[in-house]
Ligand binder design. Structure first.
Ligand code: ATP
Ligand code: MG
Length: 568
């Protein structure tokens, strides 16, 4: 492809409104342009990159027997009313009316469309399982579109849906998807982890998120420094073996702590370790209030509390309610003498706090030497805190470290959520009607493109992995007016295209401009045809490492084969 013909509007300056590296570079290198907040045009280079990512996705999805379809983005409201999401999805759903005043939505995802299709077409267990996927533009009116393609309002997603007669079949497809996703993100050259996520069920076996490790990620991942274990922080189980210190229990004592409210203040005031203090929180779980105790140096994990109580919802109790119930405000709360009717849950670590410090349910007073069982009641102990860096990994291998992650993919066992609401049923072997089981599986294709850029750049520009790069080779004749150079470049262009995709910089620009653009665009290998063209010698530069080699025309094919094998 001749660069003179390709629309690549590069920019010299860093755009003011782009605050992450990938967004800046995609704008500067002429890959994308913004159209409205969270809405972008993919220019030719980005289109090629998307195409490469999509090809990998298609190959891996086809390999596990998923069928590619293309469903409408425009979806009638009736389907969404049937599933109930017309009412629950909120303002993120883009809604519109047609000329007859009928309601429609622009699809943020396609559970409704797929479920209605399958329920109309499949009536017997003999035709299950079935798995469908598509690569399509999605619409979500995100509250805070940001970071360029990372969180858009119009974006490209691969979404897949599977339908099953039984749980074993769903498990099998879920595992196939897991493997396909792992292959896809590996082939995209990404450093990622598959993490357990919260599905509402303890254990998190029913949903996993694929996270690209990156400082700009919105999620915190807890991972083992010595094994493949990784989980969303709210899911990671704490498995610390506790031990009671050999310390005699001292008599409970109420002490004055004027103005001291936070754990740090109390610990400093009483010259104690925060680990000696207890944090007392009051939650409203469904309709009931509960007290939750964690050690002062730990953070309570609401999702774990919710799971332990098997509650549907959980929130911090209202300050007024706390005041009436406990007789004191947050900052002075404690379990000693707490109302009988309120359940007290405590994190496992609290069991081992001997002579602890806690609020006295009286403003400006705390207890010291409070001991569980003797001075206060604990109804249930459990794992109720967030895991911390340095804790043992739940799989018993190594210690926990934290990292930030960008969610690029998500696999989820939906069960009967949609099939029940929308009556997707089939007749089983015994002729009995049963509801189908479903799974759904998404990849943010345009978000993946951004994640690849975040992990592959340097101060000069982008550094594309070979599989994803818009072209393999940037062929740059230094001076197009030089007949020898332009002739050699022309011949190489023909030759190289047999094995590689080649971008020929045939522009009559200064060499400095050409080289700066080449670095910015970041194709894996640059071949410069310069003064030594007359001797049949060219310069080969590896973008990622900066390594430069002088290569004769005769050796070029072998040298490139070796370089690309190394880069792959
Ligand atoms: P997030 O928590 O980031 O909002 P989500 O849980 O809403 O993501 P899903 O509904 O699971 O996302 O969508 C599947 C995939 O689509 C996500 O894993 C992500 O990669 C991508 N995605 C979701 N929202 C956006 C968006 N606004 N822009 C770009 N990609 C997105
Ligand atoms: Mg979302």
């Amino acid at each position: 492809m001749k660069q003179s013909k390709l629309f690549i509007p590069t920019l010299r300056d860093v755009p003011a409104d782009a605050d992450i590296k990938s967004h800046q570079l995609l704008l500067r290198a002429g890959f994308i342009r913004q159209n409205a907040s969270g809405v972008y045009t993919y220019l030719p280079l980005a289109r090629k990159v998307l195409h490469n990512i999509e090809t990998i996705i298609r190959e891996e999805m086809d390999a596990i027997g998923s069928n590619e379809v293309l469903m409408p983005a425009l979806q009638p409201a009736e389907l969404w009313q049937e599933s109930g999401r017309w009412y629950s999805y909120g303002p993120e759903l883009m809604r519109l009316k047609d000329r007859h005043d009928r309601d429609f939505a622009l699809g943020p995802t396609h559970e409704e469309v797929t479920t209605s299709l399958i329920r109309d077409e499949i009536k017997s267990y003999k035709r299950l399982p079935v798995s469908l996927y598509q690569i399509q533009t999605k619409f979500r009116d995100e509250k805070r579109p940001r970071f360029g393609l990372l969180r858009g309002r119009e974006f490209v997603m691969k979404d897949a849906y599977s339908f099953h007669a039984d749980k074993e079949s769903l498990d099998e497809t879920y595992q196939d998807m897991y493997k396909a996703y792992s292959n896809i993100f590996s082939r995209c050259g990404l450093d990622y982890r598959a993490v357990l996520a919260d599905s509402g069920a303890i254990g998190g076996k029913d949903t996993q998120e694929f996270m690209v490790l990156s400082e700009i990620g919105e999620d915190t991942i807890a991972y083992s420094d010595s094994s493949g274990y990784a989980a969303n922080i709210e899911m990671a189980e704490v498995k610390v073996e506790g031990k009671k210190p050999d310390e005699a229990e001292k008599p409970l004592e109420k002490v004055s702590t004027p103005g001291q409210k936070t754990i740090d203040q109390i610990a400093a005031f009483l010259h104690a370790d925060p680990a000696q203090c207890l944090k007392t929180l009051v939650f409203k779980a469904d309709e009931a209030y509960v007290i939750v105790l964690v050690r002062g140096d730990h953070e309570v994990n609401e999702i774990k509390v919710k799971h332990l109580l098997e509650a549907e919802t959980i929130e911090m109790a209202d300050p007024d309610v706390i005041k009436t119930m406990m007789g004191a405000e947050t900052g002075s709360l404690g379990p000693v003498g707490a109302p009988e009717e309120i359940k007290i849950l405590a994190d496992n670590a609290v069991k081992y706090v001997v002579n602890g410090i806690c609020g006295a349910n009286e403003t400006d007073y705390h207890f010291i030497n409070a001991n569980p069982g003797r001075d206060y009641r604990v109804d249930v102990y459990g794992d109720l805190r967030n895991i911390q860096e340095g804790d043992p990994s739940p799989d018993g291998k190594g210690k926990i470290r934290f990292a930030r992650g960008i969610e690029v993919g998500h696999i989820f066992k939906l069960g009967t959520k949609y099939s029940e609401a929308m009556h997707a049923a089939f007749l089983d072997e015994n002729g009995r009607e049963q509801v189908m089981l479903m799974g759904c599986y998404g990849i943010g294709v345009s978000r993946t493109l951004t994640a690849i850029c975040e992990q592959n750049n340097d101060e000069k520009g982008l550094t594309w992995p070979v599989n994803i790069a818009p072209f393999h080779i940037h062929l740059v004749p230094v001076n197009m007016k030089d007949k020898t150079q332009s002739a050699l470049a022309g011949e190489l262009n023909e030759e190289l295209q047999k094995n590689y995709t080649v971008l020929l910089d045939d522009r009559k620009e200064r060499p400095g401009v050409k080289f700066a653009d080449a670095d910015l665009i970041g194709l894996p290998v640059r071949i410069t045809v310069g003064k030594k063209a007359s001797e049949g010698i060219v310069e080969v530069k590896i973008r990622k490492t900066g390594e430069v080699l002088e290569v004769s025309r005769a050796d070029l094919a072998d040298t490139l084969a070796r370089i690309f094998a190394q880069l792959a």
